[in-house]
Design a protein around this ligand. Sequence first.
Ligand code: UDX
Length: 438
Amino acid sequence: MKISVIGCGYLGSVHAASLASVGHDVIGIDVDAAKIEALSQGRSPIFEPDLPELLSEGIASGRLRFSTNMADARDAELHFIAVGTPQSAGAGSADLSYVDGAFDDLVPYLTEGDVVVGKSTVPVGTAVTHVAAVEARGAHLVWNPEFLREGFAVKDTIQPDRLVYGVADGDEYAVQKLNEVYATAIESSSPVIVTDYATAELVKVSANAFLATKISFINAMAEIAEVTGADVTKLADAIGHDNRIGRKFLNAGVGFGGGCLPKDIRAFTARAEELGRGESVAFLKEVDAINLRRRERVVELVTEELGGSVFQKKVAVLGLAFKPNSDDVRDSPALDVAVRLNGLGAKVVATDPEAIANSRALHPQLVYGTTDEALAGADAVVVVTEWPEYKQLDPAAVHEVVRTPIVIDARNCLDADAWADAGWEYAGLGRQVKNGRA
Ligand code: UDX
């Protein structure tokens, strides 16, 4: 099928490359000329496993092209809208200007029988505002939310857990077209749920709200564990064995960040308030507040461990990305912790396998270095993103290079006993300090 993908960011670039990899003829369109130039040469604008290979293969096969010109969408019969919906300045609501702009620019090129597929995460009630303009061209509108996780984006796109189509009045034609697009996923067992626009839009935001709530739930338990002598990691294992609860997304730590969960729960709250149902999701404000408190707690823990002040103390901050296997620092708890410690006068040296360039663009005042540079002579080591290379650090070897063997495990990802046995003072979140120092 001939497909256009409007918006080539985290979502659109992966979507375009994945669709080309299963045999479609795809054109990716974006207003950012530098991004289109890079993508056209097979260079990925983001760090995402498997994406560079898919881009190169797609371009080499001739099935994947990129352009800044919306008129190039004209030949396609299916058009995915994959532009961003960032948080509005101040308000917390979603900024829909890119979505609205994409529809405005695309609609003049639509022809009879085309299908426009909204993928962007939008507040419930958005699709219905665009359907008349699309149908006036004889085209169809579907809302088909995307559930990909960064770091697994290609896998999640090619083999999604589920496909959700929000359509107008049981639009069979549109369902048929989307089933063709996703034939590979459907054949290998991704279930399809066909519903209305409002439900499809809500599936996405409620899934993210649920995940955020699960993380903040365990982080709230961590707060209680900290004052009672309990261990939140054992607690998570124990409650997670109940398969109605499940162990996934119960990792207590510095909390969630990234381009989705934080902004999506705020936008959902704002939309519910607009609808006069603010009380229905008022708990999401608590979810947000618990999440942000964890960042403060990490700074507090570092301060406590350093005897009451971080001033002039060298702190190695290991990790800047909001999670491993990503270079994304949007709303990253790790970067936030580094900035806060630096602001308190600590001599922070921050490191990350992939996210230094993006961090530097936002916070040029921070000192960045390699892992070795960060650790050399450190008064405290803080692990804030659970990259495999940090989990695999040898505590005995690191002990040799730091000034004081204090480690704050803000992701509960290290082996506490191994670090304490190697002579470290180990402090996790929601657990008791283990003092292995002689
Ligand atoms: C999320 C959703 O998972 C995805 O379905 C949606 O499409 C977009 O938002 P993503 O932002 O890529 O995906 O990351 P995810 O893996 O969900 O992690 C989000 C944040 O939660 C990260 O900062 C991660 O470190 C944190 N997290 C996750 C925890 O703190 N504890 C956990 O147990 C799990």
